[in-house]
Design a protein around this ligand. Structure first.
Ligand code: PMV
Length: 314
């Protein structure tokens, strides 16, 4: 039986993407830059089958969810072909809790479909298709550090320092209360801070590329926190306000700041959810974990810089 398995990593934005200037083609207002993780990923299998089904983390999904996947597959195949496959997707990451499982999910589905339906499309084309599922999915095609610019281009960024560690602190595993798609649109349309966000993000994107290239890791960390803080401030200023951080998340930010005052390398960042990601390094991450545990945070994932999406079984 024909069967393709693909794996795509989670990527965490160091400079966040927030807001679309083109809703149809998913073109962002601002450039973003992410780190690809080695330890959090989605694995997706496509295999020939009597009828279409979509199984996520072992659970057969509803008609509505299956329909979304079918619509996405139209980028690669006709209805008759789509009706003869089953998709099994497994997230090695809490689904939809601010850990970008939709990005890794759509990147894995894209690369698996490309191979299964023998399309042989370029990475640029695949990245553009994946965006229709989740904008940030396009950054999961590359390993290391990845840029996504407002002209739609996606590419790997050079870093002279590769000892970064990202700790994802799991605070909630429930689906987020508001999808990033809805939250972004509301922010663009109603937040008076939005123009400032775009200007600052585009500026910091360039600064981040320079800092990575030069191995200025303190600068990298400062830019990481600034991007996340400004993104959340911009959302809070929307009407009605959008708030993804909760008390437990804010407490982690406080712990991170305290560790930094004590001389450790640690910077915090949040996406559209309460789970906090801590950028640290090989020298200091064990101290950071010790402190998290002392404060009652026992659920976390540790990742290094990882590789981009790939086919693992053909
Ligand atoms: O890819 P989406 O539509 O789920 O949006 C992701 C947005 C953030 O995670 C908050 C930021 C980013 O650049 O990943």
């Amino acid at each position: 039986m024909r069967r393709i398995v693909a794996r795509a990593p989670v990527n965490i934005a160091l400079i966040k993407y927030w807001g679309k200037q083109d809703e149809a083609r998913i073109i962002p207002y601002n450039a973003s830059l992410s780190m690809t993780l080695n330890n959090l990923y989605t694995e997706t299998t496509i295999q020939a089958s009597e009828e279409f089904s979509f199984i996520l983390n072992g659970v057969k999904q509803s008609q509505a969810e299956a329909q979304k996947v079918k619509t996405f597959l139209k980028n690669f195949a006709c209805d008759d072909e789509i009706n003869k496959v089953s998709i099994f997707s497994h997230n090695h990451v809490p689904t939809a809790a601010g850990l970008a499982s939709s990005a890794s999910g759509f990147a894995a589905l894209t690369i698996a479909s490309n191979r299964f339906f023998e399309k042989d499309l370029s990475i640029d084309k695949l990245a553009a298709i994946s965006r229709s599922g989740s904008g940030s999915a396009c950054r999961s095609f590359y390993g290391g550090f990845v840029a996504w610019e407002s002209d739609g281009s996606v590419y790997q960024v050079e870093s002279s320092y590769n000892d970064f560690i990202m700790i994802a602190v799991i605070i909630e595993t429930k689906k987020k209360h508001l999808s990033s798609r809805v939250a972004m649109k509301r922010t663009v349309e109603t937040s008076p801070l939005y123009p400032l966000w775009v200007e600052t993000a585009n500026h910091d994107f360039i600064e981040m590329k320079k800092a990575l290239l030069a191995g200025k890791i303190d600068k990298v960390g400062e830019l990481v926190e600034r991007s996340s803080k400004l993104m959340h401030a911009t959302m809070i200023a929307a009407s009605p306000p959008i708030q993804y951080l909760n008390k437990k998340a804010i407490k982690v930010w406080e712990i991170v700041h305290q560790l930094r005052n004590e001389g450790l390398y640690a910077y915090a960042t949040n996406d559209a959810g309460a789970n906090v990601k801590i950028l640290t390094n090989k020298t200091d991450y064990q101290e950071v974990i010790k402190c998290l545990i002392e404060n009652g945070y026992h659920n976390y994932f540790v990742s290094r810089v990882g590789k981009g999406a790939m086919i693992i079984n053909d």
